[in-house]
Design a protein around this ligand. Structure first.
Ligand code: SF4
Length: 170
C-alpha cells in the first residue's frame, strides 16, 4: 500500500469511529500563536491541574518546531468532545503499527481519564493520555478554517459543540 492509500484508509477508520468530516492536511497549514495560552490560563479551571494542560504542555514555539518536522497530518471534526481524544489516540496507534513511527495524536479539551490528575507522580495512563491542540498553543479556529471546515464561536452554553482532533502522521 502507498502512503496515499494508507492516508485514505485512516480517513475511513476515523469516519467509522464517529468523525463527521476528515481532511488530510499539510502541517504548515496549522497555526500556532502566543495568545492561545491565555484562553487556558484565564478562563479554564483546568489550568495547572493536568499533565495534559499548560503549563506542562509544549509552548507554541516548541509545537511549531514539532509541526514543521512532519509532512502529513489528518484533521478531523466530531460532535463528541469526550471521545475526540480517544479516537485520535486509537487511530494514531494503528498508524504507528503500520510503520509510521513519528505519529502523534492531539485531542480536544482537558484529559478526563482520571477523576484527579496524578500531578506529582506522573500520568496514570501514559499510553492513551494526549493533550488537546489548544493546550499546545495551536490556534484551532484559524487552523480548521484554513483547512476548509466551518467553525464559529458558540452562541450559548447549550449548543452542540464542534470538536477537532489532529493526528500527525509522518
Ligand atoms: S490520564 Fe490521568 S494522570 Fe494522566 S494526564 Fe490524564 S488525568 Fe492526568
Amino acid at each position: 500500500m502507498t502512503d496515499d492509500d494508507n492516508l485514505r484508509r485512516y480517513v475511513g477508520i476515523l469516519i467509522e469511529k464517529g468523525a463527521v468530516d476528515v481532511k488530510i492536511i499539510r502541517p504548515e497549514t496549522i497555526t500556532t500563536a502566543p495568545w492561545v495560552i491565555l484562553k487556558c490560563q484565564f478562563g479554564c479551571s483546568n489550568y495547572g491541574r493536568s499533565l495534559c494542560c499548560p503549563p506542562r504542555t509544549p509552548s507554541y514555539e516548541m509545537t511549531r518546531k514539532i509541526l514543521d518536522s512532519y509532512d502529513k497530518a489528518i484533521l478531523f471534526h466530531t460532535h463528541d468532545r469526550k471521545n475526540t481524544t480517544q479516537i485520535a489516540e486509537e487511530v494514531s496507534r494503528q498508524i504507528f503499527f503500520d510503520g509510521y513511527y513519528k505519529t502523534q495524536a492531539f485531542g480536544s479539551g482537558p484529559c478526563t481519564l482520571c477523576k484527579k490528575c496524578n500531578l506529582d507522580d506522573g500520568c496514570l495512563n501514559p499510553a492513551i493520555a494526549r493533550p488537546s491542540m489548544e493546550a499546545c498553543g495551536i490556534d484551532v479556529f484559524q487552523t480548521v478554517r484554513d483547512n476548509g471546515f466551518e467553525l464559529n464561536t458558540l452562541k450559548s452554553r447549550n449548543e452542540e459543540t464542534d470538536n477537532f482532533g489532529l493526528i500527525l502522521v509522518y
